[in-house]
Design a protein around this ligand. Structure first.
Ligand code: GDD
Ligand code: MN
Length: 381
C-alpha cells in the first residue's frame, strides 16, 4: 500500500527525507528480536517515510550494540540508550518526544504486535479521522490467544476496572500497540507517569481528565497478539501494583502518586511489624522502652527493604549502597518520628480528639519520610 502523504491542514507537506512516522520500540534484553523486527518494519512500511527509535534501558544483553549496528547501515534506525533508569512507560515517552515525525507508534520488540497494521493506522491519523489509533485485541477480528488463562483473566479484569473507574471507553486500554499524533502527545506528556507499563491507559485517561486538553479522537483496529519470538516477558506480578497506582493517580487527579501510595502502604505494614515485634519482645520480659525501640528498629528495617524492592524498584539500591541507604533511612525516619509526635501533640493541644491527633501525626510522619527518602535515600543519579 502506498501511503504517500496528502498535504492537508493535519499533514503539512514534509521536507524530503523526513519521516512521516516514528516507530518507538522500548527494549530490555531483546537483542535477538530487534533485527527481525527491523526487517519486518522495512517490509510492512514500503512506500512510507519511516524511522524506528529503539529506547533501551542499558540491557545487560547489550541490545543497544545490536541496534547500533543496524543504525550504522540504515540511518532510519536510531537508538536511545538510557543508563540508570528502568521503565516501559518512561522509555516510550522519551522515544516519542525524541521524534519529530508528525505521528509516532509504540510497539513491542518481540514481534507480538502486528506491524502489518501500521500503514492502516497511519492512514487513519493522516486522514484526520483519528488522533489516536489503538491496536486492539478485544474487538471483532482481534485476539490474544497466546495468553494463558491467568494472564487473560488479569487482563480482562484490569480492562474492566479501567473502564468503570476511569470511564475509559476503548475496548483495549491495556494494549501496548498504538499510534498517536505527536502534537497531541506532546500536550499530554508532562502529565504522564514515567513509571509502570500502562502508557496507553495513562494517555487515554489523562486526555479525558486533564483540564488543559480534550479527549482524543480514537479508532481501534483489530490485531492478533502473537507469541514472543525470543526471550521472556518483562511483565511480572508488580504490574498489578503499577496498574492500581495509575488508576488511583488518575482517579484522584494526580493528588496521590503511585510512589507515595506504595510508600504509605509499606508504612502501614511497618505498623504491623512494629506491634508484632513489640509484642514478641515483651514476652521475653524485656522492659517496655527497650521493646518499643526494638519494634521501631525492626519496622524501619523491613520498611526499608520493602521500599527498596517495591516503591523504588526502578532505582533499587544494590551492594554497598544498600547499607548507606539503610542508615540514611534510619535517620530520616527518626526525624520523621519526632515530626509525627510533635504534630500529634500540637493537634491534641488544640482539640483533644485522640484519633484526629494520631492521624495528623501519622500523616505528617509519612509525608516527611517520603519527601526526605526521595532526597536522601533513593535519590536519582
Ligand atoms: N526500555 C525498556 N525498559 N523497555 C522495556 C522495559 C523497561 O523497563 N520493560 C519492558 N520493556 C520492553 C520489552 O523489551 C518489550 O519490547 C516491550 O517493552 C514490552 O514488554 P514485554 O515484556 O514484551 O511485555 P508483554 O508482551 O508481556 O506485555 C505486552 O502486552 C501487554 C498487554 O497485555 C506489552 O505490550 C504491554 O505494554 C501490554 O500492556
Ligand atoms: Mn511482548
Amino acid at each position: 500500500m502506498n501511503q504517500a502523504i496528502r498535504p492537508t491542514s493535519e499533514n503539512p507537506p514534509l521536507a524530503a527525507g523526513l519521516p512521516a512516522v516514528s516507530v518507538v520500540v522500548p527494549t530490555f534484553n531483546e537483542r535477538d528480536n530487534v533485527g527481525a523486527l527491523y526487517r519486518k518494519l522495512d517490509a510492512a512500511l514500503k512506500g512510507v517515510a519511516w524511522e524506528v527509535i529503539f529506547v533501551d534501558d542499558n540491557s545487560p544483553d547489550h541490545t543497544s550494540d545490536v541496534v547500533r549496528a543496524l543504525a550504522q547501515r540504515d540511518s532510519r534506525v536510531r537508538c536511545i540508550r538510557r543508563i540508570g533508569r528502568r521503565g516501559l512507560s518512561g522509555a516510550c515517552i522519551e522515544g516519542i518526544l525524541a521524534s519529530s515525525a508528525p505521528f509516532a507508534a509504540v510497539m513491542d520488540a518481540d514481534l507480538q504486535h502486528d506491524e502489518t497494521q501500521l500503514p492502516k493506522m497511519l492512514a487513519l491519523l493522516q486522514s484526520g479521522e483519528a488522533e489516536l489509533v489503538v491496536g486492539s485485541r478485544y474487538i471483532e477480528g482481534g485476539s490474544a490467544d497466546s495468553f494463558d488463562r491467568q494472564r487473560a483473566g488479569a487482563s480482562a479484569l484490569a480492562t474492566e476496572v479501567a473502564k468503570r473507574v476511569l470511564g475509559v471507553r476503548i475496548a483495549d486500554p491495556m494494549s501496548g500497540f498504538f499510534m498517536i499524533r505527536r502534537d497531541r502527545f506532546e500536550q499530554l506528556a508532562p502529565e504522564l507517569s514515567i513509571q509502570g507499563f500502562k502508557i496507553l491507559l495513562d494517555i487515554v485517561a489523562t486526555a479525558r481528565t486533564s483540564s488543559s486538553t480534550r479527549e482524543l479522537r480514537t479508532v481501534e483496529v483489530p490485531f492478533t497478539f502473537g507469541s514472543r519470538l525470543h526471550g521472556e516477558s518483562k511483565l511480572d506480578s508488580m504490574v498489578a501494583l503499577d496498574f492500581l497506582g495509575l488508576v488511583v493517580a488518575k482517579f484522584t487527579h494526580d493528588a496521590v502518586s503511585l510512589r507515595f501510595l506504595l510508600f504509605a502502604m509499606v508504612g502501614g505494614t511497618g505498623l504491623v511489624v512494629h506491634l508484632g515485634t513489640l509484642f514478641t519482645v515483651l514476652q521475653f520480659g524485656v522492659a517496655f522502652p527497650a521493646a518499643q525501640a526494638a519494634g521501631a528498629f525492626v519496622a524501619m528495617t523491613s520498611n526499608f527493604i520493602l521500599n527498596n524492592f517495591l516503591t523504588y524498584r526502578d532505582q533499587r539500591l544494590k551492594g554497598l549502597a544498600i547499607l548507606r541507604g539503610l542508615f540514611a533511612f534510619y535517620l530520616v525516619c527518626s526525624v520523621g518520628l519526632l515530626a509525627n509526635v510533635g504534630v500529634a501533640f500540637s493537634v491534641y493541644d488544640q482539640a483533644p480528639i485522640w484519633w484526629l491527633a494520631g492521624a495528623a501525626g501519622a500523616l505528617m510522619g509519612v509525608v516527611w519520610n517520603y519527601a526526605m527518602s526521595g532526597l536522601f535515600v533513593w535519590r536519582r543519579r
